[in-house]
Design a protein around this ligand. Structure first.
Ligand SMILES: O=C(O)CCC(=O)C(=O)O
Ligand SMILES: [Fe+2]
Length: 318
């Protein structure tokens, strides 16, 4: 047998390095910020050093349907790393179960978001200075905008920023927001929607990572107005990607403006699946985006943290 490094060997964990005095002493550092409920651990050095060499495989284009433009990395993060990353993020990030009221046609409805969420980042008009204070991107003057008052923005912690850096170089896109969803079981879901808010600008690119259990990602074309008059328009058919741990889908071009996507609930024997984390990187260009993302992904309710003993999210008290 040749000793050549095969594709298969690439997907296996590298051999464990001897635990020298030096490695044993390594302490995991944290990212701190006045608006974090608790310091957030940085990635273990082994994971951080391997993340820079991603993606594990190049992306394949999926653009064989009208208005659809995806780049699918199968996987982006090899399985052994994805498992460690999943466990790490579930234990180390603050999560929220957001509830809010919406008014449709004069009727107010109470919505309970059917998954755990969290968000970090700041739109392009502002940045965090060295002390973590929100300042104007251009002038460096302290930002006093009302948009930032209700929900104080907080920077992307290093454990997610390391991933942002690799995905920016792999895709050529720039991102300033990181949203995280945790689907604890098949009962958690996200209904059909598109991420084409005005605050993302036209044709936004969104990089979406999956970690943990496999879930179906469904896509369908938005209804075309006056369909009878556009009979020449090529037909589109719904799409199902069975997103596995470590995979990444870059949605770009007209995908958000023309298509909807969802993660449907799973019932029966597939319901207790051990959980799935989704991470999306996006770029918000105006302050309204910051307010919106914190409103719907952090909200004003309690902070939760994963309890490794009871294996459930528990209210976190400072
Ligand atoms: O969990 C996923 O893969 C999709 C999440 C999503 O669509 C969103 O957060 O906007
Ligand atoms: Fe989405």
């Amino acid at each position: 047998m040749s000793k050549k490094r095969t594709i298969d060997s690439f997907f296996q964990a590298p051999p464990k390095k001897p635990r020298t005095e030096e490695i044993a002493k390594e302490t995991i550092e944290t990212t701190t910020h006045a608006k974090y409920p608790f310091p957030i651990k940085n990635l273990p050095p082994s994971l951080a050093s391997e993340i820079v060499s991603l993606p594990a495989r190049p992306g394949s284009e999926i653009n064989d349907q009208p208005d659809l433009d995806l780049l699918y990395f199968k996987p982006y993060i090899p399985p052994y790393m994805a498992k460690e990353f999943f466990e790490f993020l579930r234990s180390e990030l603050p999560f929220y179960r957001v509830e809010y009221d919406i008014k449709r046609g004069g009727i107010s409805t109470h919505i309970k978001t059917p998954r755990w969420t969290t968000v970090f980042g700041l739109d392009e008009t502002s940045r965090f200075d060295q002390d973590g204070i929100v300042v104007d991107s251009k002038t460096g003057a302290k930002a006093t905008d009302a948009s930032y008052n209700k929900y104080p923005p907080r920077p992307i912690p290093q454990c997610l920023d390391d991933l942002r850096k690799t995905v920016e170089s792999a895709t050529g896109c720039k991102f300033n927001f990181c949203l995280v969803n945790y689907y604890a079981s098949g009962s958690d879901s996200i209904s059909y929607h598109s991420d084409d808010e005005r605050f993302l600008g036209p044709n936004p690119a969104i990089a979406s990572f999956s970690l943990g259990s496999r879930r179906d990602f469904l896509m369908k074309h938005k209804p075309i107005p006056n369909k009878e008059q556009t009979d020449d328009t090529p037909e589109s058919k719904p799409l199902k990607l069975q997103l596995a741990s470590g995979e990444m889908v870059l949605m770009r071009g007209s995908t958000q403006s023309k298509w909807l996507h969802s993660i449907p609930k799973r019932t029966g024997k597939n319901q207790d699946d051990g959980g799935r984390i989704n991470i999306t990187f996006r770029r918000a260009i105006i302050k309204e985006g910051t307010n919106n993302y914190y409103n719907y992904n952090v909200g004003s309710g309690p902070v939760y943290r994963w309890n490794t003993k009871t294996h459930e999210m528990t209210i976190w008290q400072s």
